[in-house]
Design a binder for this molecule. Structure first.
Ligand code: FAD
Length: 439
């Protein structure tokens, strides 16, 4: 950048503080920052209005209101997976986990198009929508979440999911599973098949098992929960297993990989599963959480690797494979950060800062991220795992030693109750930060 460009950027920054962004447009095109559409401060398209995408869209606008930001999301209401396990237990309704895009549009000036992104041309910098139109971008953000590896468990495809729901994307699947649980006879068995790592929300299956056990304890006292797991260890395992014993006695049974827990075949019509070593389990309600991969638009954009997930430069969340495409949230390879809504929100902010900087031709900041995952054993019993993450000298994400950690193994019920309240506080705060709703 030459001295004139630097002066232009500095004066634009001071103007941004006091003046409206519209008057800045001629100045911006004069400063000619890094390869952007002429006449604008840059055009950004964000695909996916969930935790990562909505956050990125909002924070790009907060960083520089003159940047043109368009969010592509098929749904008018986004239902969060966080707290959907409470909907399954009848402790919340769907409205309480639904968020819309009004504030992003009206307060922040994000343009929202309700459509599916179908294809990306990274050379022409264009995105094709299900509406038939094609949009041009300077920077593209993808936060499509996950898609399922259908048939990686024999017999489990989209049709089977209508009989044996996954409910791993909140919405109609959540309602379907809830209905099946309500209709189940007392004395029935709910089976949850949990996948191997990596997958969306590592503690999610175990919170779900807990909340369904809670529902049974209130409404179907003779019913049981059986978790068939494709792994031997899971998130917050010690806390969950101790809490299950304490709160639910022997209502929840967990079978890990080494004890033949991996489901290899599903007969959804019969609500039967077959495990690796041939054991047949019959369920009254069958909930299969299948193996996952990045949302398919990431594949179309050419940013996934052989694992099916998206490698990124963690300093910016720009794809390692395709320039000017940034990917955040569950779709990415960002371990040791978990695939969580909190992490997606934090990554959305890092990508937003990097994009604003790249459009302005400045340097981005060194990021760090925080994550807390609360889980409810019942509505008054919360446990959590927290961590703070930063980059090491090799540009890899590491957990800052000594940061965060787990809830104490032994704690009075008042502490567990407090954590359950913090979980609600966390939900309200992150929803407000992401979509600006539900305070
Ligand atoms: P999402 O939030 O899923 O957003 C993806 C969006 O992209 C969707 O709206 C989708 O419609 C859209 N999309 C996909 N493809 C396209 C396309 N081609 N064109 C346009 N739009 C597209 N996380 C926590 O932090 N705390 C919790 O307590 C927690 N609880 C959970 C409980 C359960 C049961 C589950 C399943 C998950 C939970 N999570 C929790 C995890 C959290 O839901 C995810 O990590 C988070 O949603 C990831 O955000 P994302 O932006 O990557 O994807």
């Amino acid at each position: 950048m030459n001295a004139d460009q630097k002066t232009a950027l500095v004066s634009r920054r001071s103007l941004l503080k006091g003046a409206g962004a519209v008057s800045l447009l001629p100045l911006l095109s004069a400063c000619g920052a890094t390869g952007i559409s002429s006449g604008t401060a840059g055009r950004v398209i964000v695909v996916g209005g969930g935790f990562g995408g909505a956050t990125a869209a909002k924070y790009i606008k907060r960083g520089n209101p003159a940047i043109d930001v368009t969010l592509i999301e098929p749904n008018k209401t986004f239902y969060t997976c966080p707290f959907s396990n409470l909907v399954l237990a009848g402790e919340r309704n769907m409205d309480s986990i639904g968020h819309n895009y009004q504030e992003l549009q009206e307060v922040y000036g994000v343009k929202v198009i309700h459509a599916l992104a179908e294809d990306v041309d990274p050379v022409a910098h264009t995105l094709r929508l299900s509406t038939g139109s094609t949009l041009k971008y300077d920077r593209l953000v993808l936060s499509p979440g996950i898609d399922f590896r259908w048939n990686s468990i024999e017999g489990y495809d989209q049709q089977a999911a209508e009989l044996a729901p996954h409910a791993w994307k909140a919405g109609p699947q959540t309602l379907l599973l809830r209905k099946q649980l309500e209709q189940m006879d007392d004395g029935g068995v709910y089976i949850l098949s949990a996948p191997a790592n990596p997958f969306r929300c590592p503690p999610g299956p175990y919170e779900r098992a807990s909340m369904i056990a809670h529902y049974f304890s209130q409404h179907k006292p003779r019913s049981k929960v059986l978790i068939l797991d494709s792994k031997d260890n899971f998130s917050k395992q010690g806390l969950f297993t101790a809490a299950w014993k304490e709160v639910y006695g022997d209502r929840i049974e967990w079978v890990g990989l080494s004890n033949d827990g991996r489901v290899t075949r599903v007969d959804a019509a019969k609500r039967e599963v077959i495990t690796e070593f041939g054991t047949v389990h019959k369920a009254s309600v069958l909930n299969v959480v299948p193996p996952q991969k990045a949302g398919v638009i990431a594949e179309r954009a050419g940013v996934t690797n052989e694992s099916g997930w998206v490698p990124v430069n963690p300093r910016t969340f720009e794809s390692e494979r395709v320039k000017d495409i940034y990917v955040v949230g569950d779709a990415t390879v960002a371990a040791p950060m978990p695939k969580s809504g909190f992490a997606a929100n934090a990554q959305g902010k890092v990508a937003a800062a990097a994009i604003v900087a790249s459009l302005e031709g400045t340097d981005t900041v060194d990021p760090y991220w925080a994550n807390t995952c609360y889980s409810l054993v019942n509505p008054e019993y919360g446990i959590s795992v927290a961590g703070v993450y930063r980059l090491n000298d090799e540009n890899r994400i590491i957990e800052t030693p000594g940061s965060g950690g787990l809830s104490a193994a032994k704690a009075p019920s008042s502490i567990r109750r407090n954590e359950a309240e913090y979980a609600v506080g966390w939900y309200n705060a992150i929803s407000q930060d992401t979509w600006g709703t539900k305070l």
